[in-house]
Structures are given as structure tokens and as C-alpha cells.
Design a protein around this ligand. Sequence first.
Ligand SMILES: [Zn+2]
Length: 447
Amino acid sequence: ALDPQSPAGAGLAGEEALEEEEEEPEPEPGPENSEDSEKAAPGYGLGGGAGGTGGGGRGCVLTRRGITLRVLLKDALIEPGSGVLSIYYLGKKFIGDLLPDGKITWQETGQVFNSPSAWATYCKKLVNPAKKSGCGWASVKYKGQKLDQYKATWLKRHQPNAPSAAEEAGPPGKRPENKGRVPVRYCTLGSRDLARNPHTLVEVTSFTAINKFQPFNVSVSSNVLLLLDFHSHLTRSEVVGYLGGRWDTNSQLLTVLRAFPCRSRLGDADTAAAIEEEICQSLFLRGLSLVGWYHSHPCSPALPSLQDIDAQMDYQLKLQGSGNSFQPCLALVCAPYYSGNQGPESKISPFWVMPPPEQRPNDYGIPMEVEMTYVQDGFLTNDILHEMMLLVDFYKGAPDVVKFQDLWNQEQTYLDKLKVSLASRTPKDQGLCHVLEQVYCLLKNSS
Ligand SMILES: [Zn+2]
């Protein structure tokens, strides 16, 4: 059920939820009782249990692997110092000291903040009381460079699937390789084994192969695939987003109408919470429900990993709710740069997880291949174009951004490759498609 105070109230609630999630006392706690924000937290968000422990899956949780300033300090990516942190907002400048324990002192008042987002939110509100959140990591700079770039560097070092620095520096035209993620068949997995690499990819099983019908039908709009394919192309790191649409119980049809990219970094809990709150509001304002999620496997096959299977199982249970009404949850995996793809087009694969047989409760869920009907949209909307621009801006200057003017193969640049991939997902009416050219221009200039 939706909260009565939304949509306007939802922003407020989300903001409190954000502060609550950080589990950090604010220097000047607001007068509101934060207990209320738990209830007001959007129950239709995948990260639904906002203030919770965030154990397990992804989504809200996905981005919550807790990279903090302390982590960056520990790994010597940044150093404590006086006046090394800054925020520029609406013409006002704020300067902060980075303390050895990862906290921040705002020079002007000497107040201490526990995280960049706490500080950014506080400062921005002074200038603009309507500001909902600080988007800390993107708006705080360390020695003149955005903090989220340091975070991206950290992730690059620590993410198992991120392309290596050597590869980045390699000659142009060298395609990112599949890093030996050879998919396994489900039947070879057996019971859960903690020693197994959670990134192991698993082949999907078709319903016909096990003599079953797909329990629901799916139709997906071209604009959904266009946007998520675009998002997945922008960076060599994994991206994630949500899917909005409708579920019709009579026809058992799940209609996927809109992709909602998370403009946040894997591991950036601060930004993720704010972005997810924004997405929840976007869904609400468009009268859509959350019907699934997507993520990318930049250089490996579009097959779910063990970790993806568990996350999906988790989401299916969350979306299903407590009532007896069934609502499915769809997962899409997009592989833009997997060398096994045929041609420049990304592979986008839907999957759904069937629980293991009752007599084998310790097995993994079974990743099932889902058949979708592709529906070509009538036209491209400004809404989608705007989202594309925001994405370009978000990844601009990041160390893992794809350089679209570089060669992807002998003849084609990454931009050529992207265009071909998106061409198969454009709407019938090409009216607004010339605007895509402007987006491509932006891409060339910003990478
Ligand atoms: Zn995955």
C-alpha cells in the first residue's frame, strides 16, 4: 500500500530513511521522529527494507558494499588533510578537513560529519532548503576531483570482474575479453557450496525442457531495452537499474514499460539510497509498479551468476508480498561487450528463478529462460532522452568510462558499435531520433 503522504511526503520520508540508513548521528538531528520513516519507506522498492541490515541481495543492497572514506584512507587512495574537501553548490563554496578516521570537519563552523553525504546534504540545505539529498560522493571533491572517481578507482582494484588496468591501457581496438567466466550447467551444481565462487555463471533452463509452462507472460517495450542497453554501454563496470511496468492478474501478463537506471556506483550506499528513492517516486508519478531489475555483465555472457540467482530469488519473494496474490519479478542481464556476442548488438537475456525442489532445499534456485514479446514503441520520449543525458553526465570523466571514439574492432569505433546495438531497439517513429545524434555527440566529447 502506498503511503498517504506521497508523493510530496515521500521525498521527506526518503530523506530521513537515507539518514537513518547511514546509521550515523547527524550533528543537528531533525525534529521528526525517524521511527516514522521506516513505515513510510516505499514498500514497493526492491531495496524495500531501507533502514535494515541490508544483508544478502543487491538493488538497494547491491550498491551497499560499504565503501567509505575510511576504506579509501586505509588503501591510501586519499590522505587526511586540512581543506582537502570541497563542495560547490549554487555559487556557494564549502571547505572541509578530512580527518584520519574518515570523518569530515566543516571549516566554517567546526561541525563534524560522518560521511560525505551527511555533509553535502547539510550544506546544500543551508543554501537550498528544498534540496532533498546531498548525493554526497558525486558532489564532494577531494583535491579538486569528485570523490566518486576515487571510489571508482577503488572498485576497479577490488572488483573481480573489472577489466584490469593493463587492458585499459592496451592498444585501441583491443576488445575487452571474457575473463574466463565459463558458464556451468545447473545440473552440475548440486547443493549449495560456500566454497563456490558466487560469480560462477549458470546456463539457463527452458521451461519446455522440463515440461512446464512459463508461469506468466512478458512483453517488453523497445524503449526499455534502448535505455538499458545505452546505460550498459557507458562503462566497463557493472551497472544496475530497475524495471517499471504493470502486472495484469487476469491475463497473467507482465508489461515492462520503462527502465530506471541507477545513477550510482556499485558500493556507493550513500548515492544509491538517494537514487532509489528518486526511482520510487518516478514509478509512483508514472503510475507504474516495480516489476523487475536489470544489470550488466560488461564483458561476460548475459547469464546469471550464482549471486544473481540468489538476488533474484530474494526479489521475487519481496515483490510477491505477503498476500496470496502472485506478482512476478523479471531479471534482465545485458552483455554489451562480451566477445562471444554475434556482432555489435548487445545480448539482453531475461531470466526468472524457480525454487529448488522441496526435497532438495539446499540447492540453488534454478535460473529459467523467460520468453518475452518485444513491443516496438511508437516514439522516443523526451523523458528517455533526458535520462540518457543524465547518464552521460554521470559517467563523464570516470576512469572506467568507455571511450567512444576508440576503435572497438578493425573498422568500427565504440560509438559505431553502440549505434548498431541501439538501432535494433529504436521506436517506429524516427521523429525524435535525430536527437540521439546529439546524445552521441555528447558521448564523443565527454569520454
Ligand atoms: Zn550478474
